[in-house]
Design a protein around this ligand. Sequence first.
Ligand code: AHR
Length: 664
Amino acid sequence: MKPLKTLLLSLSAGFIFCANAVAENIFNITIDASCATAKVSPTMYGIFFEDINFAADGGLYAELIKNRSFEFPNALQGWKQFGSVEVKDDGPFERNPHYVRISDPGHRHKHSGLENEGFFGIGLKEGEDYRFSVWARTPFGGAAKIRIEFVDPVSDESRQFFCTEHIEIASEEWKKYEITMHSNRTISKAVLRIFLETPEVTTDLEHISLFPTDTWKGRENGLRSDLAQALCDLHPGVFRFPGGCIVEGTDINTRYNWKNSIGPVENRPLNENRWEYTFPHRFFPDYFQSYGLGFYEFFLLSEDIGSEPLPILNCGLACQYQNSDESAHIPTNELQDYIDDALDLIEFANGSTDSKWGAVRAEMGHPEPFNLKYIGIGNEQWGEEYTIRLEKFVSAIRKAHPEIRIVGSAGPNPDGKQFDFLWPEMTRIGVDLVDEHYYRPYEWFLKEGARYDNYSRKGPKVFAGEYACHATGRGYNHFNAAIVEAAFMTGLERNADVVEMATYAPLFAHVEGWQWRPDLIWFDNIKSYRTASFYVQQLYSLYKGEEVLNTTCNGSPLCGKDNQEGMFASAVRDGENIYLKVVNTSDEDKSIDIDFKGLKKRYSVSAEGMVRFLSQELYEDNSIENPERFVPEEMESIKTTKPDGTITIEPHCFTIYKFRISKN
Ligand code: AHR
């Protein structure tokens, strides 16, 4: 027999490739090129962003100074002060009124000033420039000089500092001053030190900020470029933000309030971050939200990376896990402000520049609309307390914006009492999509390969809004979890007519600052790495296709059923390309044959190559030290193992086979 590639090249309409392969242990996978069972939504594979694990401040948001506005409850948290430093609260920014007054330490051999510790230190890279800025004034007149230094606090060199710059402040009015600083070394735990060099001239400092100039797309108030690039490389179809439980808040006052996250950064009020204290065993008493990365920046990022923005808004409920008492929530007859938040957000994103909120967007630099199409109401809510509130939102949004697709919640679990209550309720209320969450062990993902096969095609679509394999006893990133996710995702793909979007969660984690794992992308102050799960998500995005092709093994979907020995498969078509995804989750080699049927007359299929993601180091993953230990392998041809074209798939392997249909 000819090898696979030659054979495929010689295939013509109506022929079945390897139809004679009937050996018992061979999985005969048949792709019906004439039978598209569903369209794949462009939003199908996306990203879920939440400020958990220091994902925003200290992570994607490139600001390097912690507590830059002195608004933490302890105004000098993150700072060390020396000499004479006083915290004042009548500053120029109404919603962030605190600032520091630095004055004479009282002796010519003493010094007054401040030192910032950054987020687990300040990460600086050799050869890179940093934009230092500060709002300042000399309240009693005179010209002051401040000295700004990059310091290695544990240096045993003769000098601790390795970069020094000066700024002159000679105005009694508040003004913004800015300089560029250059780092001549790579260091992950530097500190920033500021000295008042003219002690006789009292000086006030506010909103002290340091950004790399090399942010994503070079933006001021920008994003860390390696982390934003990783998002871009995922080619996400949808971008869900800002969470997660952070939407709800531990109490209603600490919910995410999008209106506080826009406008000049100096005046965006600080919010607690609920992940500071949610897990006492991973406690971070210095975790707050500066909102420097706010809704405007989220919309901009969506646009930059080509995703549909999907904001999730508070529905008047504080976190239901932490608030069982009805009085913790907004009474149902007092929801109008919250409903207005949703309507105003749609105006902020899409409204004309003559509208109130459209004008705010324009003033921030984006007169064109962001073209928002989706909005989520409530995060992981449940019970009647949710549905009563949701109905009010849905009716107001439908009335004002029938064009917007609304996402409701199926609660925190993918089954059980709340789930069973919520799905029919979502159908009754008429949301467009239902957000399902599943952080589950291997067994669950392997068993749920056919989860969506029997979902109603008439009701709302599914948004698998938070999911990840949390293997029992192995609740950290590892290769096998990624393979199991890949297997499960064949079921999302096969059911693309009901599953409209899916986002792995959470997205980011700082190696020193995490509260929750596994996560998709990890980072320290200098470097980052993409996990095995990242590559699975990326492969699904890259080979998303436009329509699903009916793909069977002995007449039924290959979805890990009892007699299918841990094998999963699905296929899509993208123009003339066909991508077949096959996952072997078992511990043994498996053999497959690939058959095509339904080809039009005079058309044939050729094998174009494959991408294989494979390892037997099941409980390991990439790391800061070894970021490319697990990376998918591109191959230009399909590796057959037998002369008849049979393919052997190694254990714990995810492969995408690429084919092209062409006219003979
Ligand atoms: O992704 C972490 C958390 O998991 C989210 O904040 C919440 O929605 C879910 O419980």
